[in-house]
Write a protein that binds this ligand. Sequence first.
Ligand code: SF4
Length: 360
Amino acid sequence: MSASRLNLAELDIPEIESALEERGCERFHARQLYRWIYKRAVVDFETMTDLSKDLRARLAADFDVVTPKVVSDLRSIDGTRKFVLELADERRIEAVFIPDTPAMTFCISTQVGCAMGCGFCLTGKMGLVRNLTAGEIAGEVRVLAAATGMLDHRFNIVLMGMGEPLHNYDQTMKALRMLHDEHGLAVSPRRVTLSTVGIVPGLQRLAHEPLMPNLAISLHATTDEQRSELVPPNRKYPLADILETCRRFPLKKRSRITFEYVLLAGVNDSPEDARRLARLLSGIKAKVNLIPLNPAPGIPYERPSDERVDRFAQILADRHLTVSVRKSRGQDIRAACGQLIVEGGVKRSAAQQMASLLQS
Ligand code: SF4
């Protein structure tokens, strides 16, 4: 792509309208372009048959629609599909399609690598390679929806792949606005869940978003000492600050904040941890998603026994918390929670292991 060419995949409809106008074209073609790109996954202007031949030639001369390329599509026996996508600079990311949860769900990445450094996550060890752009984030959804035959169906999106979405706030929010557009995929924010370690200024900004996604907090520990070990950003944004921000978070009627808690054998899975968790969440419209660890080489923690998981869940339920235990999906293709990584974020995809937290 030459420097003067514009990548339409990075633009929302008002931006495409302006770009068209600047080039002497009618603004209304922006909506037609959006339909082709998002509803039909067509990115070749020549195929956009409701545009005049002349316009198609002008578009092809001035614009591109840069789209992540599928370099592998692994299918699990349970229907889960893990996609490795290559970006224009040959960096690679992963995105997962999880069918029947009960809705169809795409778990997508917001960064190549991650700066958060969570102790049970190999992506954290990679560090941040770079942020994804809005067009790349929305592009993941376009590509997955086309590949899974979901362009005309409702689906959920969880921002729980590689990266911390609030650490790439502006591009993530722009991507959600682009995905929400009625001329494109029209994804309602109610169908989107943003998972964060709890970057407090980001949460405060999120509280004022007109298109507010559901919120999930990756908690994973009940004391600052332990959480700072497992989730290092806790040193800057301790539990009390995060939970206070959650208490004030403007939730819609019947909405709740999901608290994700990865259970690590002998580390954070004791009855006392469960009781402390229930106390911490008091006064918050909360539900808890327990995630027994999917063990993987390089992650120095074990999965607790089923009895231990059940006991933990029961203690929370006895204290009137809604609890779910995440069923592991796609373990045979390493697409389960905690098992996504593209090594180095660059061309070769190898040992597929990391912990980015997937929601079932
Ligand atoms: S668990 Fe999520 S936030 Fe933590 S290092 Fe991994 S990708 Fe980043």
